[in-house]
Structure formats: structure tokens, C-alpha cells
Design a protein around this ligand. Structure first.
Ligand code: DQQ
Length: 470
């Protein structure tokens, strides 16, 4: 089997759009990360997967294992729909917990329109390789009446407290907005409804809330939801607040990542790190995905903390250093115009600090074509307090993505950029994240430049990144 999988991966070896150090399945479609768990020293990642095609549908759980969250070994499919069962139309998203046996809690889906959504369990007795669905599935099927009996009731996220298991499920309240419902159970089987943990506003933060994560971080509680607009996937939003009497009261909220990251999942590992992995979707149409033979990438895992102002800070796991290849270092450069760097390529980890004057700009051009007519400009504009990603083709701006990013007086602009072929993950000062997909027209678009005016590069470290696959 391993030989076959390697042969499948090998098929894509010459696809210059395909990421090389981010996780993606051997082939075909992947969306949400599922069931992330640190089990007996190994990290297990499951994921929404269509094993038969590079477009969404026919949802299974794919599975891979890693010693370090970076080097992955593909394992056999973990969950498939059971004909006649509560998941006959799809095994949707969920989580994993340690209940003596490793246990997956997921949404089983039935109905022509996927309209019967219930929560199910599966356990493994052979070290997470094969999974047995529980005889009493579904373990939770009643949608709370307050929802107006919506069909949207999915993506269980479960954690343990002294008085039992707790679970949040993503949903909506008709004409009101997204909602997260809270439950408790002594055994993962019988679930008591404790009410809505928190309810959104359809005019502000989405119509349906998918993939909730709820956890204590430092002295506060954090709720992460993926806001669906009713027709398409929207923003990932995090709230920081307090949790009392089964209700969550936020005092701060912000976008977790602008643009193309969705449905992130968190877990705690043995080092007590709160880790987050998010699905980075494609930015191209179904036909292009089918032609490519693959779709969807997972982000590099990030460690979550809160800063002094209770904003979420996301730091790529430190082990990423172990992948670092050739290194370049620059420092103390005034920026007045675009300047080419010696480094050249399409897979980099890049960390830079700039001082930017109030009317200044600073950033990089990536994936620059040899004639310079095609490139991606990642540019921070201090007057706008905004981070922009401009895609330029034939010297014309074809797409812009942006997100607000305010710097405190005297604060340096700190950019971390993970470029991996068509994937660009950007973190600004740890607290602002923008994720983008850009499909260069040829493998020769690999130049790198510094950009800016009224700005100063304090220091730049740049490492070439290898492929994580043999
Ligand atoms: N994807 C899953 C659902 C979830 C959505 C289905 C979010 O469980 O709500 O593939 O991307």
C-alpha cells in the first residue's frame, strides 16, 4: 500500500503549483482537518476527503500520522459512509478524544440535501488504524427547538472537565444568526443539552456557524467559529471572553485569518500547546481542480497564545526550523524602491522586521517572473494600517486581498511568510493572518524582491524549504 501511495504522490512531482512542505493527501479532494490528536507520542490528523475525485462530495475521513506535525505518513482511510447508516451520505467533520480508547466524534449525514445531521462515535482498538462505529449511533440527533429546527447541526468539538465530557455543536437560529449549542455527557453516549453557549448575528458574523472550537487559553476562554454565509464559506472569527453558567460572554472578537483559510481545528498536545491547523482552500474552479487531480492543503500548525491585550497570537510551530535549508540574512537596509534579493525559489520560510514611517510601505514581491511582469506583492501600508496582497499579471493588478493591521506607536512591522508554490500564509506581528492562493503561470516565476518606501528593513531571515515527501 505504501508503495502505491508513493506512486500516486510521485505522479504530481512535476506540478509546480502543488505545495511541498504543507500537508495534503496523495491525491483528490481534502477540506476540513478533523480529529487532530496527540496519541502516545504521535500526532494523528484526519481530514474531510473525497477519495474518488478532486471536488467536494462523498465525504470520508482520510488519515495521516506524524512525529512532529511536519513529516506525515499516509494511513488508510479512517471512516467511510455506511449504506443505511446515519452517515450514509457523508462522514462530516468532528474531533478526537482519549476515552481510554481513542474515540472520534463526528457528524453523520443523510438525506438528498444532506439535511439529516446527527452526531456519531467511532473507536479504535488497534492504535487508530481501523475504526468501529458505535452500535448506538447516532448518539445525538435532536436539534434544539430554539434553532427553529434547522438542518444545520454539525461539527462536534468535545473536551473533558471534572464533571464529565462537554461538547459544542455548530448550528444556526433561524432569522437570528449562527449558534453554538452546548452539551454534557458522563460517557460520550448520553448527551444533556445545556443551552446555546453563544449566538451570533446574521447581519454581522454569518448565518450558520460551522466547526466551533471552545477552550481555555491562559486566563480566558476562546471560541472559534467558521461563519458560513448561507451560500458560501465566509470568515473564521475568534472571540475571547468569560465562561460561566454554561454561557460564553466575549469581550473581544476579530478575524482569525483573512481569505482562504477555513474550518480550523485545535487540540492540546503533551506539551500543553494549543495547536491549530486550518484548511487552505483552492482559489480555482472545479475544472482546474479536476485537471490538477488534487485540491486543498492544511496550514502549517500554529501555536495559539493571547497577548497582553487578549488578542490571539499565532506562531508556526518551532519545529518548522528543522526543515530549514539554505539561509540568507539581510539587515539594516533603507527601502526606497524595489530591490531584488539573491534568493530565488517558490518554497520559503521568511521572517522580517521593518520600521515603517507613518506614510511608508514595506513588504515583498514573491513569485516574480523573469521579466518582472508577473508577481505577487505583499505590502503593508502604514497610512491605511492595512496589509495587502496584490496579484499582478502582465503588469496589471488582477486580484487584491487585504486585512486591517494596526501597529502601536513605535512598534516594528514583523512579517512571517510561508510560501509553498501556490500557498502563501502570512502572519503580521503574530496577531493578523492572511492566507492566499496564487497560481503562477510558470515555474520560472520564482524571483524575490524587497519592496518599500519611507521604511527600513531591520532584519530579514530567509530559508529555502524542502519537500517533506520522499
Ligand atoms: N465541511 C464539512 C462540514 C463542515 C464544513 C463537510 C466546513 O462538517 O460544516 O465537508 O467546511
Amino acid at each position: 500500500m505504501m508503495h502505491d501511495i508513493q506512486a500516486v504522490r510521485q505522479r504530481f512531482a512535476h506540478d509546480f503549483q502543488r505545495p511541498r512542505y504543507h500537508f495534503l493527501p496523495p491525491s483528490n479532494w481534502m477540506n476540513d482537518p478533523n480529529g487532530l490528536i496527540h496519541w502516545q507520542g504521535a500526532y494523528h490528523l484526519f481530514y474531510q476527503h473525497n477519495p474518488a475525485s478532486a471536488v467536494w462530495g462523498n465525504m470520508h475521513w482520510g488519515h495521516a500520522v506524524s512525529p512532529d506535525l511536519l513529516h506525515w505518513t499516509d494511513l488508510p482511510l479512517a471512516l467511510a459512509p455506511t449504506p443505511g447508516g446515519p452517515d450514509e451520505r457523508g462522514v462530516f467533520s468532528g474531533c478526537a478524544v482519549d476515552n481510554g480508547l481513542p474515540t472520534l466524534i463526528y457528524t453523520g449525514v443523510r438525506g438528498e440535501q444532506y439535511e439529516i445531521q446527527t452526531q456519531c462515535l467511532a473507536t479504535s482498538r488497534d492504535g487508530l488504524l481501523t475504526w468501529e462505529k458505535h452500535a448506538s449511533n447516532p448518539v445525538l440527533s435532536a436539534v434544539p427547538a430554539v434553532s427553529g429546527q434547522t438542518a444545520d447541526f454539525r461539527d462536534p468539538f468535545v473536551w473533558r472537565e471534572a464533571d464529565g465530557w462537554y461538547m459544542v455543536v455548530g448550528s444556526r437560529i433561524a432569522d437570528v444568526g449562527g449558534a453554538v449549542f452546548l452539551y454534557r455527557s458522563p460517557d460520550l453516549l448520553a448527551w444533556e443539552y445545556l443551552g446555546p453557549l453563544f449566538i451570533g448575528d446574521k447581519n454581522v458574523n454569518g448565518v450558520i456557524w460551522e466547526c466551533p472550537n471552545f477552550f481555555k487559553l491562559g486566563a480566558h476562554w476562546v471560541l472559534i467559529i467558521s461563519a458560513h454565509t448561507g451560500t458560501t464559506t465566509g470568515d473564521v472569527i475568534y472571540f475571547v471572553g468569560s465562561y460561566q453558567d454554561y454561557r460564553f460572554t466575549p469581550f473581544f472578537q476579530a478575524k482569525l485569518s483573512a481569505a482562504q483559510m477555513y474550518a480550523p481545528l485545535t487540540t492540546v498536545d503533551a506539551q500543553q500547546r494549543r495547536l491549530l491547523i486550518g484548511w487552505i482552500r483552492e482559489g480555482r474552479d472545479d475544472q482546474a481542480m479536476l485537471d490538477a487531480g488534487w485540491s486543498g492543503v492544511q496550514s502549517i500548525p500554529r501555536v495559539l497564545t493571547l497577548d497582553a491585550q487578549q488578542r490571539l497570537v499565532m506562531t508556526p510551530i518551532a519545529a518548522l526550523d528543522s526543515l530549514h535549508g539554505q539561509h540568507w540574512h539581510y539587515e539594516n537596509l533603507p527601502l526606497a524602491a524595489s530591490r531584488s534579493l539573491e534568493a530565488y525559489g517558490t518554497a520559503f520560510d521568511l521572517a522580517a522586521d521593518f520600521s515603517v514611517e507613518p506614510q511608508g510601505e514595506a513588504g515583498f514581491s514573491l513569485l516574480v517572473a523573469p521579466d518582472g511582469h508577473e508577481r505577487v506583492d505583499i505590502i503593508y501600508n502604514a497610512a491605511q494600517q492595512q496589509l495587502n496582497v496584490h496579484t499582478i499579471r502582465a503588469q496589471r493588478l488582477v486580484e487584491t486581498r487585504q486585512t486591517p493591521h494596526a501597529l502601536a506607536a513605535g512598534e516594528a512591522l514583523s512579517l512571517r511568510i510561508l510560501l509553498d508554490a501556490s500557498v502563501i500564509e502570512i502572519m503580521a506581528n503574530g496577531r493578523t493572518s492572511l492566507t492566499s492562493r496564487v497560481y503562477a503561470s510558470s515555474a520560472a516565476c520564482a524571483g524575490l524582491r524587497l519592496l518599500g518606501r519611507q521604511a527600513h528593513l531591520r532584519a530579514l531571515d530567509l530559508w529555502e524549504m524542502p519537500s517533506i515527501w520522499q
